[in-house]
Ligand binder design. Structure first.
Ligand SMILES: Cc1ncc(COP(=O)(O)O)c(C=O)c1O
Length: 418
């Protein structure tokens, strides 16, 4: 059976028009995936096809509206398969993860009393911090933060355990850091939260392009992700426990349906984006079918196969990058670096340089056709805790369409900086 190797990555790359872009004589290198990845041709076509042939509002009694609704129904199912949910009605869409989280946090906060407590982390993207902080402020609830261990920027789980108590109403934590790439033990954290009766909201935005989400196994109450991070258009997605989505009261307009999932999808949705997001899930599933040489593989099993291949390939790339960075004296990587700890992280690597600012490194690399991010990337609690504001770090985000040759090109460029 084929492996996800360099040749397989080349097969994937051919599907992305953006990857043939040149800067000067060289192909551009897209290491900006954590801020949004590129999109395969079939996703672009799905968006165009929606707009060209089935563009209509929801719930009409005519052909285009019925066809549009069929596409949306299929998208709910595709995302139920993507996250491992049993019920496609428990999946809903919106503008992006941030907007969806603000709306959900307001609805959940209606159930909080003054002096109730919530737990957030110093590792999370602010989209999984500020919505909860503001909701807690409105409800008079107390906010606690889980600290990080500075040596590897993983969560201090003893701190987490010590914060949990019978007043804890919610734990909001990311599945993986969009800054250091570190994975959080969300299944264990969820179990501990449930023992004290707290709800758990997981931010899977950074995790979703790299590994299989499993809301059923993790037993979380809510999980959010964003399709533009996993090869789709700019659409946010939440999956919730159906009983909670039914009992909580969304802020909604009166004529909108009160049924799931519509009661959580305020206003007219980005239908073309949702059509494209469904196609992105099917693009990933087809990777799994190709790796297993089985065109009939069910979507969930195919996604499992895809992410097995992708994760192994990405871990090798990440190891190569970390080994190369370790040879450059001026560079210090923030987060897990040991080659034998690759299972504890995703291939997103942030570093600081002793002689150049993160912004200068990013601009110099950009001039040379290598696209990386710099700053805090909204994980502001982390950069503040590490004393890295306002400068931040350089972030290199690898995904399955990146190659060892691209990593080597980056390392060769970085070796010339001083
Ligand atoms: C970990 C993480 N959470 C949340 C978000 C916010 O997602 P969105 O842009 O869909 O609001 C991002 C965006 O970069 C992210 O990386």
């Amino acid at each position: 059976m084929p492996e996800f190797d360099d040749e397989f990555a080349q097969f994937c790359r051919q599907q992305y028009p953006a990857l043939s872009r040149r800067v000067g004589d060289e192909l551009a290198v897209f290491f900006d995936g954590p801020a949004g990845v590129q999109v395969p041709q079939r996703v672009i076509e799905a968006v165009g096809h929606y707009l060209g042939y089935t563009n209509a509002n929801h719930g009409g009694s005519f052909a285009t509206s019925r066809e549009s609704d069929e596409i949306l129904t299929e998208a709910h199912q595709a995302f139920a398969d993507f996250v491992g949910a049993h019920d496609a009605h428990a999946v809903y869409f919106g503008a992006n993860m941030t907007t969806l989280t603000f709306a959900l946090s307001r609805a959940i906060a209606q159930t909080w009393e003054p002096d109730d407590e919530i737990i957030l982390t110093r590792l999370d993207h602010d989209a999984n911090v500020s919505p909860w902080v503001l909701a807690a402020r409105d409800a008079g609830a107390v906010v606690h933060f889980v600290d990080i261990k500075e040596e590897d920027c993983t969560l201090d789980l003893e701190c987490y355990e010590s914060l949990l108590n019978e007043k804890t109403k919610l734990v909001a934590v990311g599945c993986a850091s969009n800054s250091t790439g570190g994975l959080n033990p969300v299944k264990e954290m969820t179990r501990a939260a449930h023992e004290v009766g707290a709800l758990v909201f997981l931010d899977a935005v950074h995790y979703a392009p790299h590994a299989l989400i499993d809301v059923n196994d993790w037993d979380c109450d809510f999980l959010a992700c964003s399709a533009y991070k996993f090869f789709g258009p700019h659409v946010g997605v939440i999956v919730g426990r159906p009983s909670l989505l039914e009992s909580l009261e969304p802020y909604k307009v009166r004529p909108a349906s009160n049924e799931l999932p519509d009661r959580w999808m305020t206003g007219t949705q980005n239908h073309e984006g949702i059509a494209g997001a469904k196609e992105a899930v099917d693009y990933l599933a087809d990777i799994g079918r190709r790796l297993n040489e089985d065109d009939t593989l069910h979507r969930r099993a195919a996604l499992d196969a895809a992410f097995n291949g992708i994760a192994t390939y990405e871990r090798d790339l990440c190891r190569r990058l970390l080994e190369g960075l370790a040879k450059i004296d001026e560079i210090t990587v923030v987060g897990i670096t040991e080659p034998n700890r690759m299972m504890e992280r995703l291939p997103t690597v942030s570093f600081v340089h002793s002689k150049m600012s993160a912004e200068d490194i990013s601009s110099e690399l950009g001039e040379r056709g290598i696209f990386v991010w710099w700053g805090h990337y909204y994980a502001i609690e982390l950069t503040e805790t590490l004393g890295l504001e306002p400068e931040g770090m350089v972030r290199v985000g690898l995904v399955h369409y990146n190659t060892a040759a691209e990593v080597d090109r980056l390392l060769a460029e970085l070796a010339t900086f001083s």
